[in-house]
Ligand binder design. Structure first.
Ligand code: FAD
Length: 395
């Protein structure tokens, strides 16, 4: 908190000038601190009269030894578990096994007892299930309150959630409540086996580097992960576990917002995220007219058409086809990259595809380092040959 000592302030305005966030205003010759203040302390250091005091909030310490278990917040929509939750259960299982701890799913909704079993069959040892008509659809207040309460009570060491619209709304609120750090949009999660902490990797500085972020001192360690970055855990109905039904208090079910209506987005184009085969074109495709060649290949294989940002930015194909950091994350069985160099921002969006085939005339193109199969050649020669051959084989 910032305190102004009126008796010492001369109204010189230096604090206003030095504030890098424009968060100090002079009203009636007295500094007033605005809501966007980050408590950086620049004004305190600048004040020659000692008229500004910074009282930092007491540090809240959590003892890592008190926390155990890996939790996955499992998202449901209209009672159906969203596949990002299965992806996180797959990843969570690996993390929990490395830490020799349990994996727990948290499920909020209404009439979804049977869905809790699905989470067990996907690898969770335990599921906390909170059921109430008020939880049918996501609403920030009750979901935040309930998840916060569960974390405070059971103290997991790691909490994972999808970087979906729900996860992006819910998890930062919960992280603030439990005073934990949060790494959003992770593309990789691992355990530092020596220190037993979560290594959270995500693109940083505009995607120019991959940063690995740690939260060594606070628990839980919280991360969100985009849909399709990780592999779904296999369904195994032989797995068993415990479903713990938790009753939500009346107070925690209160909401300041009301859901008036849900409007389904009508997909005008192919759903890239769900396609099994994707044929993508980059700057090497040379112009919008040549996408029809890739479209023919995609149609032959029953696939969808993707693109690099360079192709989208050139106006050759709509943004809905863009794959990568600022586009869609995809995980098809086969990804065919045509005339795409393989910049990190593109790779982030497709590198977990099962098979990657790269066609590029530059043998040193970085895409070949990620590709399962590389074809060095002119795409305008290679793609027609592929179409011809696939048509023969698939007839
Ligand atoms: P280029 O890098 O120009 O590569 C074209 C390739 O085509 C070359 O390798 C060339 O050898 C090959 N080629 C040319 N002619 C032929 C031919 N006839 N036959 C075969 N090969 C040929 N990019 C994305 O894709 N998705 C994103 O979401 C994304 N987000 C970004 C976010 C940020 C913050 C930033 C800074 C960048 C982002 N980018 C993204 C851009 C990214 O850095 C690259 O610039 C982009 O991916 C390059 O696209 P490209 O591979 O199509 O083009």
């Amino acid at each position: 908190m910032i305190k102004i000592i009126k008796e010492k302030c001369t109204g010189c305005g230096l604090c206003v000038r030095v504030c890098p966030y424009n968060a100090v205003e002079l009203i009636n010759k007295l500094p007033v601190i605005k809501d966007n203040c980050t408590y950086c302390g620049e004004c305190v250091r600048a004040c020659k009269f000692g008229a500004i005091l910074l009282e930092k909030p007491e540090k809240i310490k959590t003892d890592p030894k008190d926390y155990s278990g890996v939790w996955v917040f499992c998202e449901q929509k209209k009672g159906a578990i969203q596949s990002v939750s299965y992806e996180l259960l797959g990843e969570g299982r690996k993390l929990a096994d490395t830490l020799s701890t349990g994996l727990c799913g948290v499920l909020l909704g209404d009439n979804i007892r049977d869905k809790a079993n699905e989470l067990i069959w996907r690898g969770a040892d335990k599921v906390y299930l909170v059921s109430s008509p008020e939880l049918t659809d996501y609403r920030p207040d009750p979901y935040t309150d309930i998840l916060t309460g569960l974390i405070q009570k059971h103290k997991p060491e790691i909490v994972l959630a999808g970087a979906s619209s729900i996860g992006r709304s819910l998890i930062p609120r919960v992280a603030v409540n439990v005073r934990a750090g949060l790494t959003a949009d992770c593309t990789g999660l691992e355990i530092d086996e020596e220190k037993k902490i979560l290594l959270q990797t995500r693109p940083a500085f505009g995607g120019n580097i991959m940063a690995t972020i740690i939260s060594p001192n606070h628990r839980p360690q919280m991360a969100t992960v985009r849909h399709k970055v990780m592999k779904e855990s296999e369904l195994n109905k032989g797995l068993s576990g415990e479903v713990i039904e938790v009753e939500a208090s009346e107070a925690s079910l209160r909401s300041r917002t009301e859901l008036l209506k849900q409007v389904e987005e009508v997909e005008k184009t192919v759903n890239l995220a769900e396609a099994n085969v994707i044929v993508s074109g980059g700057r090497g495709i040379k112009g919008p007219e040549n996408f029809s060649l890739l479209e023919q290949l995609a149609l032959t294989l029953g696939g969808a058409l993707g693109a690099s940002r360079a192709a989208v930015d050139s106006g050759w194909i709509p943004y809905s086809h863009q794959v990568g950091q600022t586009g869609k994350t995809v995980c098809p069985k086969v990804y065919i990259a045509c005339g795409i160099s393989g910049a990190i921002q593109h790779l982030i969006g497709m590198q977990s595809s099962d098979i990657i085939i790269a066609i590029n005339r530059d043998p040193h193109a970085p895409i070949f380092k990620t590709a399962t199969y590389g074809i060095v050649g002119d795409l305008f020669e290679v793609v027609p040959l592929l179409i011809k051959r696939f048509k023969e084989v698939l007839k």
